[in-house]
Design a protein around this ligand. Structure first.
Ligand code: NDP
Ligand code: MG
Length: 404
């Protein structure tokens, strides 16, 4: 029997890398469902190539895409919008859901996959930042398996004892002697730039990551180091640890993908070429291993691996993420929402790269005075309410900047 795979976000960078691996292992995996959003020509090509049973597009595209598939003689069911994505994520025929939609748009379907007890390959870190407690408890109750695709979290997962891999609460068992986790960060394109240079950065410079090829949003997040901030929050939820047990270290070569420090002085890590096909292949085959097509590391040619302390003044977003994690769910949701709005405004050339951190800080301040902020947030509805208010606050901050 082949594993039936649904890829939510199939037209993106993670989706493309996943399909590349699946194509090499047709004896093990079948593509059951795919989703796309704006790149519908690409989605159509994928439908021709992989012949999924179901495909999800935006609601307004359902009729036209159905006709297009029918005209090409393809019998594929088309579903639409968030309802369609959730339906696929919880489809009884699906074994594994690759959660690779970018941003909050991926939240509901990832949660639906957790509630349906699926094996989830989690790339969509924003979902965990917004709804960490809800997602982890849904996964526990429905016996879902959450496997981290994000390279740092995948490296940590691989460096943890098996008993912790299977039950994250075991991380607190003193017999396993886990002192703390280390997330590595490349520093992105502005590692060696000063603040002024970052302030003047163009969109093209900001999305040109030195080591990784990724979608636009995560590339901008890497340039501001908000990505590491989101990953810090993601790691707290995935590995059930407070933020002070998770350190960040700059490692410009992106060869060591993260580390686990043990009380006896051992530090275990996972190394590899900076290519997302390694963590994706690891998750697809876990606990076995499969070929990923990734270029092997030539250890003889690796002359230098550097480790540096992050500059929290220059990369204020990382500092804000720590503060948000200490403050609680409302702050994590607000920071994520504000950042999505601000990144979008930067990509549309409405604000400067360095404005993103300022807007995020303003929104966190504004949201902290909200009377409901202190309440525990334990439903999707509450999360979406906070998300909506933070988006409004971010938009107001952007409008004020544009008026200056
Ligand atoms: P991309 O921008 O390349 O792809 C995003 C995917 O989401 C596309 O399939 C896109 O469809 C779809 N999408 C976008 N907006 C919507 C929406 N409103 N509704 C439904 N679908 C939507 O992003 P990446 O592949 O780079 O990243 C995906 C996720 O994985 C992110 O959360 C990112 O942080 C995470 N991640 C990515 C890494 C990477 O190396 N790329 C590494 C680690 C984590 P379409 O293209 O058709 O519009
Ligand atoms: Mg990462």
């Amino acid at each position: 029997m082949t594993q039936q795979i649904a890829i939510l976000g199939a037209t993106g960078s993670i989706g493309t890398s996943t399909l590349d691996i699946l194509n090499k292992h047709k004896d093990k995996f079948s593509v059951y469902a795919l989703s796309g959003f704006s790149r519908l020509d690409r989605l159509f090509e994928l439908c021709q190539q992989f012949l999924p049973k179901r495909v999800a597009v935006a609601q307004k595209e359902v009729d036209a895409f159905t006709t297009r598939l029918q005209d090409a003689g393809l019998k594929i069911e088309v579903v639409g919008g968030q309802t369609g994505l959730k339906d696929i994520a919880s489809d009884s025929q699906v074994d594994t859901v690759v959660a690779s939609i970018v941003g909050s748009a991926g939240l509901e379907s990832t949660l639906a996959a957790a509630q349906a007890g699926k094996r989830i390959l989690l790339a969509n870190k924003e979902a965990l930042v917004m709804a960490g407690e809800l997602m982890m408890s849904a996964a526990r109750h429905a016996n879902a398996t959450l496997l981290p695709v994000d390279s740092e979290h995948n490296a940590i997962f691989q460096s943890l004892p098996q008993a912790v891999q299977q039950h994250s609460e075991n991380i607190h068992n003193i017999d396993y002697g886990i002192r703390q986790l280390w997330l590595t960060a490349s520093g992105g394109p502005f590692l060696h730039s000063d603040f002024k240079q970052m302030q003047m950065a163009t969109v093209e410079q900001a999305v040109a990551h030195p080591n990784w090829s990724m979608g636009q949003k995560i590339s901008v997040d890497s340039a501001t180091m908000m990505n590491k901030g989101l990953e810090l929050i993601e790691a707290c939820h995935l590995f059930n640890l407070p933020e002070d047990k998770i350190k960040v270290v700059m490692h410009p070569q992106s060869i060591i993908h993260s580390l686990v420090e043990y009380v006896d002085g051992s530090i275990l890590s996972q190394m590899g070429s900076p290519d997302m096909r390694t963590p994706i292949a690891h998750c697809l085959a876990y606990p076995q291993r499969i070929e990923s097509g990734v270029q092997r590391l030539d250890l003889y040619k690796m002359s230098q691996l550097e480790f540096l302390e992050p500059d929290l003044q220059k990369f204020a977003c990382l500092r804000l993420a720590r503060q948000a994690m200490q403050a609680g769910s409302w702050a994590n949701i607000s920071l994520n929402a504000s950042n999505e709005v601000a990144v979008d405004a930067f990509l549309q050339k409405q604000i400067r790269l360095t404005d993103i951190a300022n807007i995020n800080e303003l929104v966190l301040e504004a949201m902290s005075t909200n009377a409901n902020s202190a309440n525990t947030i334990n439903s999707l509805q509450q999360i979406l309410l906070v998300d909506g208010s933070a988006r409004q606050a971010a938009q107001m901050a952007i409008n004020r900047l544009s008026l200056k």
